[in-house]
Ligand binder design. Structure first.
Ligand code: ACO
Length: 448
């Protein structure tokens, strides 16, 4: 199979959200801390009728319908998620309800998890399958689904929720350059979920920021090395049109791109002009550790990289800023933003993605885009996803109601023998919702 990659995509996020500006005031944070300091506009969250399973049921059904894919045509289904509802039964098996109905139970794949990286692991599994000798000619389907919620405190405004589905096969408009991948994996406690009675992570925010940037440096180094071996020339930021990052909050994305430019400066790469060289010069002798701590370097590199950021990163930031951190779906929601904003200009372009999951696992990889053919064209993908429509039809909750919802969800997490309100008035038609968890912890869903 040739040009294996993503043929079609769809995204779902809850219609319920809270404005960061309102949350800031409610939390007693200084004005601008969440909106400018973190760079976030709005945050989506699940109410008691939605969860990672209902969101993934919604997005998979929608993708199959909108691109007219016969469920029998799916040969592999992989889910990435870090939201634990069951320690044994995979989310994938819930999704089998859709396929069993059509007589298709011959579908490989289960769930992958490591913080926000599970979606990338799932995607690589599907791409590798289509490229392998065990491929049976059918499509792969990848689902990233998460509800990111934090305990009250500084991390809470960095939550979010969404599910994304991606159809994988040959001759794709979004093709993998499979040889161009650099990974960095290591054992750290920056963000983890050891308390199985709680949905909230234990998080060392500062450490997680540094781990993210160190992983980025390391992945970029390996990525460049592989590119140079293959292409016989040095890689620089000029060799890709867009850079897409896992987006816990937008400020970290700004810092990450600045960090890549600093890397190019240290490597004496062609993307760095004389003015930038002069501004970054004073930092060339910093040790690695010092460079992660230097506020002056952070400021200088962000300033120098601003024009390139506006061109190569800004078009990827819409959904992560509006919906929040969607964990496994976050990187792909950034990529969806790019398709939404630039679908008519992407043919022939290279796009670099950086996936990060705490704990930690990270990979930088490369995609090559082409217009594609109906229904698998970039313009049709943009139309089907209807990002603007979905953002516009959301319902803003006041912070008090958001906090109340979080409290209810704390009680519901891991609970049994309850029925939900079944209030689906805010959900759009076709959305799945949770109706009941019985005394055997079995979950039941209905479709609006
Ligand atoms: N106006 C403008 N900016 C402000 C204001 C204000 N009034 N107040 C603060 N700021 C800025 C700060 O200067 C800082 O910016 P900087 O980093 O450029 O200096 C930013 O807002 C955040 O302020 P901090 O004091 O650093 O925030 P705090 O430590 O309270 O929390 C954190 C931020 C650590 C990111 C927290 O939200 C968190 O732990 N989030 C979850 C962890 C996370 O997402 N990690 C990322 C990778 S791992 C993953 O994806 C889960």
């Amino acid at each position: 199979a040739k040009n294996v990659g993503i043929l079609a995509m769809d995204i779902y996020f809850p219609p319920t959200c809270v404005q960061q500006e309102a949350l800031e005031a409610h939390d007693g944070a200084s004005k601008g801390k969440y909106t400018i300091g973190l760079g976030q506009d709005c945050m989506a969250f699940c109410t008691e009728v939605e969860d990672v399973i209902s969101m993934s049921l919604t997005v998979v059904t929608s993708l199959l319908e909108k691109y007219k894919i016969d469920p029998k045509q799916i040969g592999r289904l992989e889910v990435g998620s870090e939201t634990v509802i069951d320690k044994s039964k995979s989310i994938k098996t819930f999704l089998m309800q859709i396929f069993e109905k059509c007589g298709n139970t011959d579908i490989e794949g289960v769930d992958s998890s490591n913080a926000c990286y599970g979606g990338t692991a799932a995607l690589f599994n599907c791409v590798n399958w289509v490229e392998s000798s065990s491929w049976d000619g059918r499509y792969g389907l990848v689902v990233c689904t998460d509800s990111a919620v934090y305990a009250e405190g500084p991390a809470r405004p960095t939550g979010g929720a969404a599910a994304i589905a991606m159809l994988v096969g040959p001759d794709a408009p979004i093709a993998f350059e499979s040889k161009l991948r650099g990974s960095h994996m290591s054992h750290v406690y920056d963000f983890y979920k050891p308390n199985l009675a709680s949905e909230y992570p234990v998080v060392d925010g500062k450490l997680s920021q540094t781990c993210y940037l160190m992983a980025l440096d390391s992945c970029y180094k390996y990525f460049c090395h592989k590119y140079e071996k293959l292409a016989g020339k040095q890689f620089s930021l000029s060799d890709a049109e867009y850079f897409v990052f896992h987006s816990p909050y937008n400020k970290l994305v700004q810092k990450s791109f600045a960090r890549l430019l600093f890397n190019d400066f240290l490597r004496n790469a062609s993307s760095v002009d004389d003015i930038a060289k002069e501004k970054l010069g004073p930092f060339s002798t910093l040790t690695g550790d010092e460079s992660y701590q230097s506020r002056d370097l952070e400021k200088a590199s962000q300033q120098v990289s601003k024009p390139l950021y506006d061109a190569k990163v800004q078009p990827t930031t819409l959904i992560p800023k509006q919906v929040g951190n969607m964990y496994t779906a976050s990187l792909y929601a950034a990529f969806v933003s790019l398709i939404h904003n630039k679908h008519s200009e992407l043919a022939g372009k290279r796009v670099i993605l950086f996936s990060y999951g705490s704990g930690l696992t990270a990979t930088m990889f490369s995609l090559r885009l082409n217009e594609g053919q109906q229904p698998f064209s970039l313009s049709n993908i943009a139309t089907v996803m209807n990002v603007a429509g979905k953002l516009k039809s959301r319902h803003e909750f006041p912070p008090e109601k958001f906090v109340e919802t979080m409290k209810l969800m704390e009680h519901r997490y891991g609970a049994m023998d309850f029925v939900t309100s079944k209030d689906c008035s805010l959900l759009s038609p076709g959305t799945y919702y949770l109706t009941e968890v019985d005394s055997m912890y079995r979950r039941f869903y209905a479709k609006k």
